[in-house]
Design a binder for this molecule. Structure first.
Ligand SMILES: *Cc1c(COP(=O)(O)O)cnc(C)c1O
Length: 454
């Protein structure tokens, strides 16, 4: 029926929320089509705003039925969902616990204090600020605390695996400051610490960022710390991707090496969307002032509560096992992909993330990722170091195991995942849409045995 239709033009995501909400409403109540899968259940939303409820249920089903391999994504627990969906969203609390600009904080103050104390204990840091709205504003707060506009800042180039907020040109951080960028070695795909040291000595940056979004290998925090101390720079370890691995003991900690640790809370840490900044007592005031009133107004108390829950979960023995399983799964998937001829940047992984260069498969990252999505295998297209193609049509895809590990998949499942990826990439190269649909059905069937949290 769909033969002859190019899957590349197939619309997999709604173009506008309104239009698809209307379409969803026309299909009738969600219950007519499938049992509600969202947890906690959303019966009030279903009755007052069925169109929106249908979209949320649709997304829950999509998350249930696809193999989610985007390394920055996860599934949070129902406890985290409950906290983030709580009445704490009704409250304003500019300031910090005990020093607020609004009354009525007798429950909110201890919520934030709990989150702060749990962060300090889990990461063994002297100070934690849990108010940044997300990872990008958290990083901006580090600039505000320690640099002036026009100052040199040293960060990893975005196409090499860094983050926009590490001074990339299209980010405010790349225009308000004077960005200096390091990359990875062409031969090894790994950070060139000699280059970092040379650049730091020559450019004397106020801030150095280490960590990134597409780094499949361990970040050498000790080496970065040495370089930062030598040139008198503040070292920010951006552990957004690997915070859960660090908390679970599956990646070395930057504590003792970095002046400031910046992290999101929603990636491997498996909490709500949010962020934290951690530092020594000496930097506490500068960091707190930069977050509020420097950059933000009222903290999102419901998110703070969700962060507290996630930090509690991350302190349990089960989370240590989870973090190590994430890495074991990534390494098993990397080995299986390598066996099937895939070209992996750095040849493998030390963490949760795999960067695949598809050049030898004769297809770009974007059409491959599109086809994989059709096949129920969710990833994102990504540049690879020294990518000859453009960022919007790059050579690679980025894969990660945090979400599938939360579902309960282990090393034994990874060869099958690699087979699906291999088949999907091959089908993408030949435009075989039927093959993609077959894979999607297999993925859905296999995942049925691994329920989403809740
Ligand atoms: C995800 C990420 C961020 C930004 O987080 P947002 O919450 O999307 O703003 C910052 N730095 C790194 C390294 C990241 O991976």
């Amino acid at each position: 029926m769909r033969a002859g239709r190019d899957w590349r033009n197939r619309k997999v995501e709604p173009t506008t929320g309104e239009r698809s909400a209307t379409a969803a409403a026309r299909l009738g109540p969600v219950a007519d089509r499938s049992p509600p899968v969202h947890a906690p259940p959303i019966p009030h939303l279903t009755s007052t705003d069925p169109a929106l409820a249908a979209l949320i249920e649709g997304e829950a089903l999509r998350q249930r039925d696809t193999l989610r391999l985007i390394p920055s994504e996860n599934y949070v627990s129902v406890a985290v969902l409950e906290a983030t969906g709580s009445v704490l969203t009704n409250k304003y609390s500019e300031g910090y616990a005990g020093r607020r600009y609004y009354e009525g904080q007798r429950f909110v103050d201890p919520v934030e204090t709990l989150a702060v104390d749990r962060a300090r204990a889990l990461f063994t840091v002297e100070h934690a600020n849990v108010q940044p709205y997300s990872g990008s504003p958290a990083n901006l707060a580090a600039y505000l605390a320690f640099a002036q506009p026009g100052d040199a800042v040293l960060g990893m180039a975005l196409p090499m695996g860094g983050h926009l907020t590490h001074g990339w040109s299209v980010s405010a951080t790349g225009t308000w400051f004077r960005p200096v960028r390091y990359g990875v070695r062409r031969d090894s795909g790994r950070v060139d610490l000699d280059e970092v040291r040379d650049l730091a000595r020559r450019e004397r940056p106020k801030l150095i960022f280490c960590g990134g979004t597409a780094i499949p290998r361990t970040v050498d925090f000790a080496a970065f710390g040495e370089i930062a101390r030598e040139v008198g720079a503040v070292l920010v370890a951006d552990i957004a991707h690997i915070a859960g691995l660090i908390a679970g003991g599956a990646h070395p900690s930057p504590v003792g090496h970095a002046d400031v640790i910046s992290t999101t809370t929603h990636k491997t840490l498996r909490g709500p969307r949010g962020a934290m900044l951690m530092c020594s007592a000496a930097h506490a005031k500068a960091i707190d002032r930069a977050v509020f009133p420097g950059l933000q107004g009222g903290p999102h108390n419901h998110t703070t509560a969700g962060i507290a829950v996630a930090l509690h979960e991350a302190a349990q023995p089960a989370f240590r096992a989870y973090a190590h399983q994430v890495v074991a799964n990534a390494q098993a998937l990397a080995a299986a992909l390598r066996e099937r001829g895939f070209d992996l940047v750095t040849g493998g992984t030390d963490n949760h993330l795999i960067l695949v260069d598809l050049t030898n498969r004769g297809i770009g990252g974007k059409p491959a990722a599109r086809a994989m999505d059709t096949a129920g295998l969710e990833c994102n297209y990504n540049t690879v170091p020294y990518d000859p193609r453009t960022p919007f049509d790059p050579s690679g895809i980025r894969l990660g195991t945090p979400a599938v590990t939360t579902r309960g998949l282990t090393e034994e499942h990874m060869p099958q995942v690699a087979v699906w990826i291999d088949r999907a990439v091959s089908a993408a190269a030949t435009g075989d849409e039927a093959a993609l649909d077959r894979i999607a059905a297999e993925v859905r069937d296999r995942l049925a045995a691994y329920p989403v949290p809740g």
